[in-house]
Write a protein that binds this ligand. Structure first.
Ligand SMILES: C[S@@+](CC[C@H](N)C(=O)[O-])C[C@H]1O[C@@H](n2cnc3c(N)ncnc32)[C@H](O)[C@@H]1O
Length: 195
């Protein structure tokens, strides 16, 4: 598995595909090893790197559903997942998360949000609905190169994403059903427990 993860990292680097950074992967694995989830929902598969990283910490018989909108990414992820012999563990759901999430009804122990940053705020109500009580919602890239918690003014190009991320942080930090911490690891990660 480690060799395959190294290959995936090299592929992502060569093809400029953003995957979780090493410190983020380490933090995820430590948290998940403590929790030992049976079920994980990921939003944003890319080539399947983070799904494969998280699979190391699943409880016996556990599984991951992961949503990806880009068909080329889906093909690549399926290749890697099959090669690693994990097709019975990681299920890739091809589709736009905005369409897929409303149709999901099963509850998950952990939800990992790693798709378009400007959409987190829109996906949050579904994450809260779909995560079990005492389950975790983890969101990556919430600091967005420190712009989210930086000065009010941001460049036009990033303004929408930053404004929406600020709204997302405001909601996860103040939602009556969530207790949230923001950790300055990688590009910033929030961990919320639902109670
Ligand atoms: C940061 S990458 C995911 C990286 C992956 N989690 C990893 O670390 O290995 C984000 C991925 O989310 C996908 N994505 C973005 N917005 C999406 C949406 N609304 N629905 C489904 N997938 C989306 C993109 O196509 C991209 O592959």
């Amino acid at each position: 598995m480690e060799k395959q993860l190294d290959k995936m990292k090299a592929y992502a680097r060569e093809n400029k595909i953003p995957i979780i950074l090493d410190p983020t992967a380490e933090l995820l694995v430590v948290i998940l090893m403590a929790v030992r989830p049976r079920t994980i929902l990921e939003i944003g598969t890319a080539i399947g790197y983070s799904a494969m990283v998280m699979s190391k910490a699943l409880a016996a018989g556990g599984r991951i559903d992961t949503i990806e909108v880009n068909p080329d990414m889906v093909d690549k992820a399926l290749d890697y997942i099959n090669t690693a012999g994990l097709s019975g563990v990681i299920r890739v759901i091809e589709g736009e998360a905005g369409d897929v999430l409303p149709a999901l009804t099963e509850e998950y122990d952990v939800i990992f949000l790693d798709a378009a940053k400007s959409r987190y705020i829109e996906f949050l109500p579904h994450c809260i609905r779909l995560v079990k009580r005492k389950g975790l919602i983890i969101a990556d890239n919430v600091l967005y190169k420190d712009m989210t918690r930086g000065p009010e003014w941001v460049k036009h190009k990033q303004r929408t994403a930053v404004t929406k991320l600020r709204g997302f942080l405001e909601q996860v930090e103040n939602h009556p059903q969530l207790k949230t911490t923001l950790i300055n690891v990688g590009d910033g990660i929030t961990i919320s427990v639902k109670f």
